[in-house]
Design a protein around this ligand. Sequence first.
Ligand code: EPU
Length: 341
Amino acid sequence: MKILQNVSLKPFTTFQLGGRAEYFAAVSTKDELTDAVRFSRQAGIPYMVLGGGSNLLVSDDGYQGLIIRNQIKGVSRYEKGAHIFLGVGAGESWDDLVAYTVKQNLHGIENLSGIPGSVGATPIQNVGAYGQEVQNTISWVEVFNPATMEFELLTNRQCEFRYRDSVFKSGSGKGLIVTEVGFKLAKEGVPNISYRDLKQHFNEQDIRPTLQSVRDAVLVIRAGKFPDLNQHGCGGSFFKNPIISRNQLRRLQDVYPDIPHYSQAHETYKVPLAWVLEHAVPWKGVRRKHVGVSAQQPLILVHYGGGNARDMKRLADDIAHSVRSELNILITPEICFVGNF
Ligand code: EPU
């Protein structure tokens, strides 16, 4: 493992934004990961682990410390009853894994097709799309615990999965580094096409869905909504969908009777922010030179090239501020911020 210095982080993030890392190490084995953490301890500098870089906005000033790029690969497989268990290295590409499971006729993550990033990032934010969340197939997560310098296994329950959230994002799990994710996939099943866009797609086509046709459908739907990462930068949904109280929903419905909402635990409701940004606090399609709000899906902020992270952050702050002042709804970013803003 080489420790490099002064490395631009732009090419390692799908936003294609941000400054340089003071130190940078790509690790492909657990030993290398341990060595990298040890290096940062000895040098007295902080470190941060980077996966596929698809959920990060790196400051223009970069990162003072060591960026560890997790490239631990490998897939192990075993069969038990009606299931196949896959232990997948955190540095594997998520979408390559989905494609593999679809080819192998294994059910459970097909709706999560086309999502950029690495396998190790998926439990952290409990990646979800088109009616599936990874929490439904994750059996275990192997982590490196820097406090003990040991590897540990967490069960699904210990991961404390919630909407776009897990133990790894806060509290006791915050410093843990994901090294392998164990998936429990079913050998048989019926694809879930209940999500609105999928239902529409299959009704129009009137065919019986297979794992492959669900994957293809998701890829088509996503292509219509997400910028092509070869052309523009983006980091998926910039914000989480807000979860509001019944009273808040009632007040909104007085003004916007058609506002979509999905019932959650404890009499709360999830509201699609994309709807809000199209109909209530219009930001859809707004462009500020090098950055803007997608005209296809306003939850996605786009870097059109030549921009900087500060402009992107300012755009996000302005959106959050206007949603708060006009609707009294607090929205929180899904994107992680790296460095000083
Ligand atoms: N909508 C509009 N206008 C638009 C787009 C959407 O009004 O331009 C409304 C529609 O009512 C639509 C609803 O918003 O039914 C939801 O839109 P969509 O299905 O595109 O999903 P989303 O809630 O905006 C979430 C995830 C995405 C995931 C999609 C599909 C979050 C933060 N985002 O977006 O995940 O791909 O559902 O399941 O939960 C990500 O996390 O990075 C991400 C892309």
